[in-house]
Design a protein around this ligand. Structure first.
Ligand SMILES: Cc1cc2nc3c(=O)[nH]c(=O)nc-3n(C[C@H](O)[C@H](O)[C@H](O)COP(=O)(O)O)c2cc1C
Length: 160
């Protein structure tokens, strides 16, 4: 599953079942987090909302059936400095759950310059810190053969 996951940026114009979206969110919430603090909140957007979002943050591709913005809620933080790592783990779980369902998604960055407009449009409270946005849906194309990525030159056993 991990080796065949690849970013998908083109989707069929078909909605997703709510049950699938719920299970994908559940996968995110099962990520590890520092001190089990689970500092995350999830903003879920459907087709039309996704288009509004990506018009404000154009590095995200159009045409997704849904999107999930994973955010830190600092009020849920117990150990300072780890929440973005926790949310990144949640995002990877979300991507793997999407792939496990035969759907396709892509992790997209929230560009700082675009963030104020996104926060305002979706009434995100000012203390909330968006970490990443996953756009997903039913893939338009069949996945190709995945490129192998195991790279021994990155390994250091025992001592660097
Ligand atoms: C933190 C982060 C930010 C990313 N931002 C974007 C983005 O803004 N737009 C996009 O199309 N892909 C984005 N990606 C996806 C990467 O381009 C993609 O993961 C990378 O090219 C490797 O391809 P793969 O996901 O198919 O393995 C992002 C990935 C990460 C982890």
């Amino acid at each position: 599953l991990i080796k065949t996951r690849r970013s998908v940026r083109k989707w069929k114009k078909e909605p997703l079942a709510d049950k699938d979206i719920t299970e994908i969110l559940e996968a995110g919430m099962n990520a590890p987090s520092a001190g089990d603090q689970r500092p995350w909140e999830f903003l879920v957007l459907k087709e039309k909302e996704h288009e509004i979002y990506r018009s404000l943050n154009p590095n995200c591709p159009p045409g997704a059936a849904a999107g999930i913005m994973v955010c830190v809620n600092p009020k849920r933080e117990k150990i300072e400095g780890y929440s973005e790592q926790d949310c990144s783990a949640a995002i990877e779980n979300i991507l793997l759950a999407i792939h496990a369902k035969g759907l396709g998604g892509v992790w997209t960055a929230l560009f700082p310059a675009n963030l104020p407009r996104v926060m305002e449009k979706f009434s995100i409270p000012p203390e909330i810190v968006p970490v990443g946005y996953v756009a997903f849906g039913i893939p338009l194309d069949k996945a190709g053969k995945p490129d192998p990525r195991y790279d021994e030159s990155r390994l250091h056993f025992g001592v660097w």
